[in-house]
Every structure is written in structure tokens, then in C-alpha cells.
Design a binder for this molecule. Structure first.
Ligand code: URA
Length: 282
């Protein structure tokens, strides 16, 4: 079986072949490498839990050796590109055998103030190799338009970088498992570190769980501010929830109030018309 460290070695060799002579390894990556080293010395198999103290787990995502994700050096674009190349062949994701082959990484502006994080790519996203281009993506575009921002101005990513597989899969999609989230999480975390958004929007429960360690109903997570490594984060309903027939005006208004809060946080101009979107008619 390929080990996570093989991905790091392969990545470093590819960078060296491209003429890169220096790689930035931050604290998180250093910890991951240290963990891999300790495991190798002790003969602990990859995938066994870490020695995290009991009771410190905040979500259902299993504790696992944090794979060492390194993101190269240079500009934001170069670092994101290095990360994308590393994710493409990521052995911890490949070795699960439950994710499909095609990677869908992220889209948008590396200098974005707003970063939106979803769950995992679906049928359409896999086909176009871009997050949020299917029906949920159209809904997300509508939300962004109502805010007065374009898709190109923001950065859009997912917790899981591959479409979760199902038997005899056609256009059907499924929610990623905790293991699938665990193996992909280092990437979205590193993307946040590189992009340095001023605000993160977690779209739905999977993103809230993966990024913020929250569990339970999205209705209880939304409506107030959270933090991800010091960055203000807002949880709201996933755009696909708005597409469901049960999504009434009140749900639309709740999502919109989360977006108004983001706009206020960023000091964006808000018109009276915008403030009144999705309010019941008097
Ligand atoms: N749903 C998501 O969470 N992400 C996508 O990219 C598409 C649909």
C-alpha cells in the first residue's frame, strides 16, 4: 500500500525537477511529518488513531495521523497550484477506494475576501472539474449576485476533493463519510491559510463539521459567528437545501440574513432593497 509519506516524497521530487529549491513547511506540516516519523519508528500502521487525549474530539471525524501537506513556495497562485498537484494523487484518498478518480479542487480568486466551502463535488462538478457548477452551484451564483459579488471575486472550495462513489453510479451523489472528510481536510485547511480570506462561509453541515468541528442541525449553527483559526466563519444552509421543495421563504430569508451578516462584517454597502430580500410581503 502507498504510504502518505510517499505522496510527500513524490511531491518534493516533482518540485525539485521543476527547479524549486525551497519549500515552506509550516507548523502543521512539521507536526504531520513528525507524527509519520514516530509511527515509522514505532511500527504503528498508517490509519491507526493518534494519541489525542480522550474527550478532545469535537466531531465524528476520526482521529488519524495528519498527513503532511506541503504547499511549496512562491505566490498564492503557485502555492495553490502545488497543493492542487499534491491533492490529485493523494494516496490517503486513493487508498480508501470509496472516492472517484477525478479531482475537483477549487475555483476563484486566490486573493478573495470571501471563501465559501461546500461538501464534495457531485456529478456536474466532476464532469466540469469545477466546484458548484450544477444546480446547487446555480443557486449559489444567485446568492452571490444578490450580494453584488461575482463568482470570480470569491474563492469556492469543498471539504472533499473527489466525488464520493456509489455502486452503479450514474448522476446520483452522496454525502462524504467521516473517513473521506479526514483524508481531504488538510487541503482545505491549507487553502484557507494561503488565501487568507477575511470571512469563511461554511455551506451546510458537512462543511461546518469539517472546518469547525460542529455537529447537529445547521439551523442551530447558523445565525451567529464562529471562528476558524481566527477568521470569522458563518455557517448557513447548503444551496441544495434551498432547491428542495420544502425550502420556503423563511429558509431563504435565513440564508440571506447570514449573507447580510457577512456583508456587514466586510463593510460592504447594503441597499435598503437588499435588506428587504425574502421578507414576507406586508
Ligand atoms: N455541493 C457541494 O457541496 N459542492 C459542490 O461542489 C457541488 C455541490
Amino acid at each position: 500500500m502507498t504510504r502518505p509519506v510517499d505522496a510527500v516524497i513524490e511531491f518534493l521530487e516533482a518540485e525539485k525537477a521543476r527547479g524549486v529549491s525551497h519549500i515552506l513547511i509550516d507548523e502543521e506540516a512539521r507536526d504531520g511529518l513528525r507524527e509519520l516519523y514516530i509511527r515509522a519508528v514505532r511500527g504503528v500502521p498508517v490509519g491507526a488513531g493518534t494519541s489525542r487525549p480522550e474527550g478532545t474530539e469535537t466531531s465524528a471525524i476520526p482521529a488519524q495521523a495528519a498527513p503532511a501537506v506541503v504547499s511549496g513556495s512562491g505566490s498564492k497562485v503557485e502555492r495553490l497550484e502545488a497543493l492542487r498537484r499534491q491533492a490529485e494523487k493523494w494516496p490517503p484518498a486513493r487508498s480508501l477506494g470509496t472516492l472517484r478518480e477525478t479531482m475537483v479542487f477549487a475555483t476563484g480568486n486566490p486573493d478573495a475576501k470571501i471563501m465559501l466551502v461546500g461538501e464534495a463535488p457531485g456529478y456536474q462538478e466532476e464532469k466540469e472539474r469545477e466546484p458548484f457548477v450544477g444546480p446547487a452551484g446555480q443557486k449559489l451564483n444567485d446568492i452571490l449576485k444578490a450580494m453584488g459579488v461575482s463568482r470570480e471575486e470569491v474563492y469556492i472550495s469543498n471539504i472533499v476533493k473527489f466525488r464520493p462513489a456509489t455502486p452503479r453510479q450514474t448522476t446520483n451523489n452522496r454525502k462524504p463519510s467521516p473517513e473521506e472528510m479526514t483524508v481531504c481536510l488538510p487541503f482545505v485547511r491549507k487553502e484557507i491559510e494561503i488565501v487568507e480570506p477575511q470571512c469563511i462561509i461554511a455551506l451546510g453541515g458537512t462543511a461546518a463539521e469539517g472546518l469547525l468541528g460542529l455537529s447537529g442541525a445547521v439551523g442551530a449553527m447558523r445565525g451567529h459567528w464562529h471562528q476558524f483559526n481566527g477568521i470569522p466563519a458563518r455557517v448557513t444552509f447548503h444551496p441544495s437545501y434551498l432547491l428542495q421543495s420544502g425550502a420556503n421563504l423563511s429558509v431563504k430569508r435565513q440564508v440571506w440574513e447570514d449573507m447580510l451578516a457577512v456583508m456587514e462584517k466586510l463593510g460592504m454597502a447594503i441597499s435598503e432593497k437588499q435588506r428587504g430580500f425574502f421578507l414576507p410581503k406586508a
